[in-house]
Design a binder for this molecule. Sequence first.
Ligand SMILES: Cc1ncc(COP(=O)(O)O)c(C=O)c1O
Length: 386
Amino acid sequence: MTFSEKFHLRIPGPTPIPSRVQQAMNQPIFGHRSQEATQLIQECSQKLKPIFGTGQDPLILTSSGTSALEAAVINTLSPGDEALVIVTGSFGDRFAKIVERYEFTLHRLDIEWGKSCSPEQLRIALQQHPKTKAVFVTYCETSTGVLNPIEELSKVVHTHSEALFVVDGVSCIGAVPCQMDDWGLDVVVTGSQKALMLPPGLSFIAVSRRAWRQIEQNQMPSFYLNLLQYRNSLSQSTTPYTPAISLLLGLKEALCMLEEEGLEQVFQRHELLMSMCRTGVQSMGLTLMASKQDASPTVTSIYGGGAEAWSSEDVRKHLKQLRVLVAGGQQHLKGQIFRIGHMGYCDSLDILTALSALEIALTQAGVPISLGSGVKAAQEVYLHHV
Ligand SMILES: Cc1ncc(COP(=O)(O)O)c(C=O)c1O
């Protein structure tokens, strides 16, 4: 079909790939122990530092984001250790499941889905579990579109405990500020297929000095996910196992693009995309899941199909016919919400396109909206911004 290649990927990852990155990945392959490879690894690790806001060398794993979550758990906790997991949605729940699977003692701090964890809620939980060795949190909870207040939560962890603070930043690092060293974050992980504008397949882990001390004492057996091995190899600008060289070539290009735009500018762009998306959707009469204060600049969750007379799954089907792909809800939110991703290689016109398609899809699904209302409101946000 003529247009089969032309679609709008507006799910919260994987995200669209810029052609510069695509072309970089098409270069001929070379040996993973060659000088080209060591130079590439070194450059990528250096260029990742400002994205994490750290002076430490971020580690590069050839595996998806979940492997980095697992590595963070099994390298920081030893048998018998207690972990506090802040669960604000399905990815916090994943952290909890990993902790449980390895039979560490799990304390869950369950927060209502759609809300962020407050510093006070964390303070109380830490008071209840004073032996906590590490606190795990999701920076952007992709399942609800909520951004947790990481800097404030980190202060609470370090004021009220000796625990490490471990952050899953898979769906926002590279799109929102992260000052790992200044904020006292101990481990921050992310993946390639979200704000970093790459295909899936790489994950990244940055580790604080304090966390390295705990990792050096770690008693858990691990092999592929042993972070000390990655640190040793990175000190010689290599990786313990064959890295995904093509993805690394793409990574270098993507990091150059972020550098060229300027990180501050990148963060502001994501703020604008969030604001256009939220204002547009609200102006159509739809209800947002996250409050303005809790909302993530990378993904927006919208109610549809619960209390509403219409089905978000039906709307998603109509959107798909227009070749606009958005995500549904996860776990108990299946059929209750839909989610629009706006991270990475995404600009204002992409949001206007998605909103315009959404108005058509809602109308086709029988939702009484005024065509153009959302697009107009989002255009006004844009005009006000520039
Ligand atoms: C916040 C968050 N954590 C972890 C993951 C898991 O990453 P992966 O699917 O690459 O294993 C995702 C993926 O969507 C995510 O959004």
